[in-house]
Design a protein around this ligand. Structure first.
Ligand code: MN
Length: 128
């Protein structure tokens, strides 16, 4: 067994996120156990860019209040205990709500494909 307690928190890259987002890597996938797991901490108003995951993604909200949207759908509020599943190649974004932190555990196997940042109009649901 391994006990890992010294991994530094990473800053989410500006190419992939708007606002301040911090990532704790919990598990890096390998050949036998390919799932990558991370705790992603969104400060108020921060969010990912549009993106998709090969093989999809499961999110488990552990703190705060957030927002998710699938391309073409409504902005949906999420909260502690919610599980959100994005399908294979489904374009989406996730983030905190404007006034609260949000942390989710992210579980993925395939790589992500990244697109444009989320505009304020998209974030506030006034522009699709
Ligand atoms: Mn995602």
């Amino acid at each position: 067994m391994e006990l890992n307690r010294n991994s530094a928190t990473l800053k989410g890259p500006n190419e992939m996120f708007t606002g301040d987002v911090y990532i704790d890597r919990l598990s890096n996938g390998n050949d036998l156990s390919p799932m990558s797991v991370g705790a992603v901490h969104f400060t108020p108003g921060s969010r990912s860019a549009w993106h998709s995951h090969r093989g999809g993604q499961t999110l488990y909200v552990t703190e705060g209040r957030g927002l998710v949207q699938s391309r073409g759908g409504d902005v949906v509020k999420i909260k502690v205990g919610d599980v959100v599943v994005a399908g294979d190649g489904e374009e989406h974004w996730h983030g905190s709500d404007p006034d609260h932190f949000m942390t989710h555990i992210s579980m993925t196997i395939g790589e992500a494909t990244w697109g444009p940042h989320i505009t304020d109009g998209e974030y506030y649901g006034t522009q699709k």
